[in-house]
Design a protein around this ligand. Structure first.
Ligand code: ZN
Ligand code: ZN
Length: 339
């Protein structure tokens, strides 16, 4: 079969690799129909993703149609439309024991630490396979994973209808966080430096948007929250300054969710954290969010089609990467087709 392999930074190829075969009784083989290109795929390609090793068959956002199942697999059969959770955990470390396998001490993510889903076929354990119940669009099966990121953020901050949420950054992660928060009834304000991104955010349901290059964010947050400050802030900008700004903008008893994987230290005012008794919450990957995301796609409360701004055949991966890197303001998500 054909697969997209990054052999070393800046070297990406469509290669012939062996077809996956059932080896474990709980293995499932899937014919991939679609996959989303993520910032972390770009990081593996350009050598800035510190977690990646080479050569790597990339892709952690993917879905498709079940081709074959191992003898111990129940509830999944050939022909089922599915999305694959790329998170592989050990099952017995502290995090796994308390039900938080997404931060397993020996975590492996398909497409990052081990081979992923940008291939004509992929193999994954049955427990990582999540079924669609309707005849859902093949192009959108690969977009469950990015929405699980947004759902995990909402779960970490326990976002509900009572909340005014500030989402910093209107890229693909910010959009999925906003859509999940809106589906829970929260009010959401989003920021960005790119007017076109904010226009998209508003058309997808954001209540208010702030162009931070031209507007005073603190003043806007004040107006948005009746002068209180934001009870929930999600930092998808992931820079030292945005983290520090979130600590400043949060109201007393507020929650801040951070998603940065950068090593750079941030300078926080400790007294702000203490005096306001802030909760600072990391959010990584997802913990059991796939089934709820798929249900929400199927009942129309979440919209993967919003995210899919571009599509390409997987053999055009280099053109797709160039497009994302040269025109990042235009692309939310490029979906690769594999048929
Ligand atoms: Zn991703
Ligand atoms: Zn573990």
């Amino acid at each position: 079969m054909k697969a997209i392999i990054v052999t070393k930074p800046f070297n990406i190829q469509i290669s012939d690799v062996p077809d996956p075969m059932i080896q474990q009784p709980d293995d499932v083989i899937i014919r991939v129909t679609s996959g989303g290109i993520c910032g972390s795929d770009i990081g593996i390609w350009n050598g800035t993703n510190s977690l990646a090793t080479y050569p790597r068959l990339i892709g952690h956002e993917f879905g498709g149609i079940v081709e074959e199942t191992g003898p111990a697999v129940t509830g999944i059969k050939p022909g089922d439309k599915v999305a694959v959770d790329p998170v592989i955990s050990c099952g017995h470390c502290y995090a796994c024991r308390i039900g938080r396998h997404n931060v397993c001490s020996s975590l492996e993510v398909m497409g990052v630490h081990r081979d992923g889903g940008f291939a004509e076929y992929v193999k994954a354990p049955a427990q990582n396979i999540h079924k669609f119940h309707t005849d859902f669009s093949e192009s959108l099966l690969g977009l469950a994973e990015p929405f699980t990121i947004g759902m995990q953020v909402n779960n970490r901050a326990q976002i509900s209808a009572a909340d005014n949420v500030l989402v910093m950054g209107a890229g693909p992660i910010g959009i999925t966080v906003m859509e999940v928060a809106k589906s829970r009834g929260a009010r959401v304000m989003m920021t960005d430096l790119v007017p076109e991104r904010l226009e998209k955010a508003r058309s997808f349901g954001a209540d208010e948007t702030v162009l931070v290059s031209e507007e005073n964010l603190e003043a806007r947050v004040g107006l948005f929250t009746g002068g209180e400050g934001a009870p929930v802030i999600v930092d998808t900008v992931c820079q030292p300054f945005s983290f520090a700004q979130a600590v400043h903008l949060a109201c007393p008893a507020g929650r801040i969710v951070v998603l940065s994987l950068k090593d750079t230290p941030a300078e926080l005012i400790q007294a702000e954290v203490t005096k306001k008794e802030l909760s600072i919450l990391g959010s990584r990957l997802n913990c059991n969010c796939f089934d709820e995301v798929i249900d929400s796609f199927e009942n129309g409360s979440l919209h993967p089609e919003h995210l899919m701004t571009h599509t390409r055949h997987f053999t055009e991966i280099e053109a797709a990467l160039d497009e994302i890197c040269n025109h990042p303001q235009n692309v939310l998500k490029t979906v690769l087709h594999f048929s």
